[in-house]
Design a protein around this ligand. Structure first.
Ligand code: PEP
Ligand code: MG
Length: 573
């Protein structure tokens, strides 16, 4: 049956392909409808998986060393009791029979039911046993799935494959980069979540915040992903398929034409030079940045070097990564942002798991709290500065004390390198990110003390409008043109300009061609974005007259009447 889902289009383009469902923690398991004759076999498969886990638990219990803490045995006994509870070991079998579904799906559904009951329990201790239930179920799921990878494997076929997932973390996306999916769609996520940002960097059509795509779509179903409109059509009829094939061809032709702009100068109609740089997550992203004609790397999100591993990258590893990027950029500037982990980019035990991690110990706060880790990174960046135009950038500054402490840390790293006889650029520029409203409101104080400023609009919008950027439930409130956001951006640019300090935007606003004229009108002359956005943005600025645009934007800043604003925005583009 054909149906359409609506979400947030986060990377434009159209893909027509077959659905591949991703498995994920807890409920992310494949859903299959079984032929009647296979149902009993599936029940046995479930029984065998439970028996395997029971056997594993008994073996573990028997191997507890005599001097181990008593809690360990109690913990294993509790897990064994959970496993043997009829809610988990019997009810899924009834579901397999009643719904003719696979064992993984039955178990996942039953677990959700079971967990809901925990929520109503008043006893805090019992409520906390939810985690134990999940852990036990995951053990059974792993046996059922044969420990297969989270991403389905791609067979060598002519057909495009579209990954359908409940959610993808930034770490998943790094793994995803190595796969050859033509598209992905997820139930969760916001327009500036790191998952969305990575989708743009991959330049593959993607739609997020679809809410229940993972439940409604079956493996192998034909789906259409329209990353521009945020639409997913499942099992399309022939007429719809034909229409989208035409649109897909047109999109390819337009993208091809745009490539001709990569060598041309970034100059507005009235001759103002605009600097277009690229954001990267990993050293291998440099190739796409160069191909798109980027004039440097405006944001190297160094935290991606720290993901998908159980240890921290050591100084040499980091040094090599930063050096490789700056060498590949052949004399062009590379802005390495110091580790911005935490919130939606967790790093195991290092980052906190508080109720509001976005307001917690992330970015520079985390680095200052972990001085050895910070020292290692600063030494690595400084050493790489010997090989080219490296600049250091500090994320999420909130107060001047953080800046003072960071300068002291940079100084210590320099002294230690000198003591070790290692080479670096002693005058390496240090910039900071304005992404907290408090910092935007006192941008001059930061600009005075820094060599350059970069506005992180993703976080600035998140913190100004009080919307979790990764939460699809409030994604509709993401409004880059909100007057409060525009005011903070305008004030930051003004403060930096007044002091003659270079200022850029490296949040997703910079890569949205619908906002290019607006940012130019706010006085922005430096943009940094995911490489695939560079040419669409360049196309916009080539048609811009900064004088006319500035006058219009000044009016926008002074207007609160919604109808007038609408008319002014239309005129702007
Ligand atoms: C931003 O917040 O705008 C930004 C560029 O940093 P990140 O998206 O990595 O938080
Ligand atoms: Mg940020």
């Amino acid at each position: 049956m054909s149906f359409t889902l609506h979400g947030l289009g986060v990377s434009p383009g159209i893909t027509i392909g077959v659905a591949r469902l991703a498995s994920h923690h807890r409920i992310e398991v494949p859903h299959r409808v079984l032929p009647t004759q296979d149902v009993n076999k599936e029940v046995r498969r479930f029984e065998e998986a439970v028996a395997t886990v029971r056997h594993e638990m008994e073996t573990l219990r028997g191997q507890i060393p005599p001097n181990a803490p008593a809690e360990l045995a109690a913990f294993l006994d509790m897990h064994r009791m959970i496993l043997d509870d009829g809610m988990l070991s019997e009810v899924p079998k009834q579901l397999i029979v009643a719904q003719q579904c696979n064992a993984e799906w039955a178990l996942a559904q039953q677990m959700e039911q079971f967990l809901e009951q925990f929520d109503t329990v008043e006893d805090a201790y019992l409520r906390e046993r939810k985690t134990d239930v999940v852990q036990v179920v995951e053990r059974v799921q792993k046996v059922l799935l044969g420990h297969q990878d989270r991403f389905p494997t791609l067979e060598n076929s002519e057909t495009d494959c579209i990954l359908v997932a409940h959610d993808l973390s930034p770490a998943d996306m790094v793994v995803f980069k190595r796969q050859r999916f033509a598209s992905f769609i997820t139930d969760l996520g916001g327009a500036t979540s790191h998952t969305a940002i990575l989708a743009r960097s991959l330049n593959i059509p993607s739609v997020i915040a679809l809410h229940n795509a993972r439940e409604l779509i079956r493996d192998n179903e034909i789906i259409i992903v329209d990353g521009q409109q945020g639409v997913v059509v499942v099992d399309p009829d022939d007429a719809v398929l034909e229409e989208y094939q035409l649109r897909q061809n047109q999109w390819r032709i337009d993208s091809q034409k745009l490539k001709r702009l990569s060598g041309s100068r970034s100059k507005t109609l009235d001759g103002v030079e605009i600097e277009l740089m690229a954001n990267i997550e990993l050293p291998q992203d440099v190739a796409a940045a160069r191909e798109a004609g980027a004039r440097g790397i405006g944001l190297f999100r160094s935290e991606f070097l720290f993901m998908n591993r159980s240890d921290l990258p050591n100084e040499d590893e980091q040094y090599e990564a930063y050096r490789d990027v700056v060498t590949a950029m052949k004399g062009l500037p590379v802005i390495v942002r110091t580790l911005d982990a935490g919130a939606d980019k967790p790093l195991g035990d290092l980052t906190d798991h508080t109720l509001n991690p976005a307001l917690g110990r992330r970015a520079i706060r985390l680095c200052l709290a972990e001085p050895m880790m910070f020292h290692t990174q600063l030494r690595a960046i400084l050493r790489a500065s010997y090989h080219g135009q490296i600049k250091i950038m500090i994320p999420m500054l909130t107060n001047l004390q953080e800046l003072r402490l960071t300068y002291a840390a940079i100084e210590r790293a320099k002294v230690s390198l000198l003591a070790d006889g290692l080479l670096f650029n002693p005058a390496v520029p240090v910039g900071g990110m304005i992404e907290v409203p408090a910092a935007a409101l006192m941008a001059s104080a930061f600009a005075e003390r820094l060599d350059f400023i970069s506005i992180g609009t993703n976080d600035l919008i998140q913190y100004t409008l009080a919307i979790d950027r990764a939460d699809d439930g409030v994604a509709y409130l993401y409004e880059p043109t909100h007057p409060a956001v525009l005011y903070l951006i305008a004030e930051t640019i003004r403060a930096a300009d007044k002091l003659g300090k270079p200022v850029s935007v490296c949040g997703e606003m910079a890569g949205d061609p619908r906002l290019t004229h607006l940012l130019l009108g706010l006085g922005l002359r430096r943009f940094s974005m995911q490489a695939p956005s560079l040419l669409p943005v360049k196309q916009q600025l080539l048609q811009a007259d900064t004088q006319k645009i500035t006058a219009l934007v000044q009016k926008i800043l002074k207007t609160s009447d919604e109808d007038k604003l609408e008319a002014l925005f239309q005129k702007l583009n």
